[in-house]
Write a protein that binds this ligand. Sequence first.
Ligand SMILES: Cc1cc2nc3c(=O)[nH]c(=O)nc-3n(C[C@H](O)[C@H](O)[C@H](O)COP(=O)(O)OP(=O)(O)OC[C@H]3O[C@@H](n4cnc5c(N)ncnc54)[C@H](O)[C@@H]3O)c2cc1C
Length: 548
Amino acid sequence: MGETHSVTNQAPPLADYDLFSTDPGLVGAVQAEGAGWAAGDLKTFGARLGTADAFALGDLANRNSPVLHIFDRFGHRIDEAEFHPAWHELMTLAVGQGLHSAPWAEPKPGAHVARAAGVYLMCQVEAGVQCPVTMTYGSVPALKRQPEIAAEWLPRIYSREYDRRFRPGPEKTGALIGMGMTEKQGGSDLRANQTRAEPVAARGPAQPYRLTGHKWFLSAPMCDAFLVLAQADAGPTCFFLPRWTPDGARNAIRIQRLKDKLGNRSNASSEVEFDGALGWTVGDEGRGIPTIIEMANYTRLDCALGTSGLMRQAVAQAAHHASNRTAFQKKLIDQPLMQNVVADLAVEAEAAMRLALRLARAYDRPDDPAEAAFARLVTPAAKYWICKRGPMLAAEAMEVLGGNGYVEEGPMPRLYREMPVNSIWEGSGNIMCLDVLRAAGRSPDSLDAAMAELKSATGADRRFDAFCTRLADDFAGHAPHEGEARRIVERLVLALQGALLLKHAAPAVADAFCASRLDGDHGGAFGTLPAGVDAGGIARAAAPLGTS
Ligand SMILES: Cc1cc2nc3c(=O)[nH]c(=O)nc-3n(C[C@H](O)[C@H](O)[C@H](O)COP(=O)(O)OP(=O)(O)OC[C@H]3O[C@@H](n4cnc5c(N)ncnc54)[C@H](O)[C@@H]3O)c2cc1C
């Protein structure tokens, strides 16, 4: 065979680099939010995740979705999901890093921020494993409300050993926890839950009940136990449902099928029935929604972190490609319009990451009333806007790679497909925005805490100051109408992101953010930064391996 052509002008794969150290915004944010002590560990984790081998695991785990085995070959019911070995390797990495429980197991100032940075790094390689990891992290405060259950299960949850075996709790060296709220007739309106719970004997906290009903979505069904919402006589109640009962039998949690999902394909999301499944009350009967929503706040934080990580990886891929691809005799990264696109994407991703890490800092200080109030308002707000921007950013980053971006062999289609789920689950966009209005109305201190954050940056930029004045008017004197919620929450988040960038980011990034997002000189697509910003500098800085 003669040679028909030579292969030239193709960007090399972006791999074998340290995801942490090549992201100066992240390094700065970890320091600014109080977890500078974790930099060495994050560097090691970032270098491990950045290997070609780790990226390949993420790819494999998503090409080989889990398979449900309802029965064994003899006809016994087993209800087990089988995962590809790559999934287990990724879980070993995530659990080994303590992303599922380190801030609870080894509490110290900055522990939630350090973990948050780890989540951001992990999701760049594979976001599916984050689902059981996140739910386990979020379950701990709820479990602590029930000391009997906490005493038995927290030591297993705190273990950094990923024990993949489907065995009863006492035999496990590490455990993971899932969460079941959503039913067919409604996921947002949890009071409509139909699953019934009847006491085995006595009623009350930590008592056994039998649950009968279903869950329409129950992710990571191979978790060792779930926090589940069901109706007891006093109303929606939170139950702890282990996969195995104390007598060593499989609990009556029947997996009906696995969802065939747009993305998040490495992770199993199931439909289940409870056929008299044995569960123990966590908290009082009728108080289940606040108990399980406490868990959901942590998972919402992780939606913002996970999307920020996905954004960073999409931007890194785009900037890397543009740095290595030539068109019309010039590198793409040197073409003014491409500089604008990559810079605009990079500004968005850094703004998302900085807000998500700042929010994690609030979770580090639950005993500080102002920080707790900040988390109350900003968790749903950040989850809404960051996750809403993700799909748009991924689509534009994909286009930077031209046709290669659309091809499944590369990383962009998976990043693109992964994005929308963070906006849908754990409280969809509208629910988040309505929650922000509710928090602002019922807890004025939460609005005060957000405004204090803005105040800490006033005077740094006149566009920011003017934007904050208009934002204060949104909330002043009247309760905003529900129909306005998205607009108001968007503005609140933009102001917070502006404040964080002005205080901590490179001046060029903060300037580009203020000129576009706050001063109104921004188009409907990415790549519409106004003239005068340093698009070239921002775009080049976004390439993890630099530009030649
Ligand atoms: C891949 C995947 C995995 C999941 N895993 C789990 C899991 O492990 N456990 C679990 O419990 N759930 C899980 N979910 C379910 C998810 O949390 C729900 O789908 C979500 O909360 C929305 O509920 P719903 O689907 O019933 O939609 P609905 O509640 O019917 O909402 C539909 C739409 O209406 C909007 N809406 C609702 N009320 C209002 C209102 N008052 N005003 C304006 N708009 C409104 C919502 O924002 C949404 O856009 C999963 C979902 C997915 C996609």
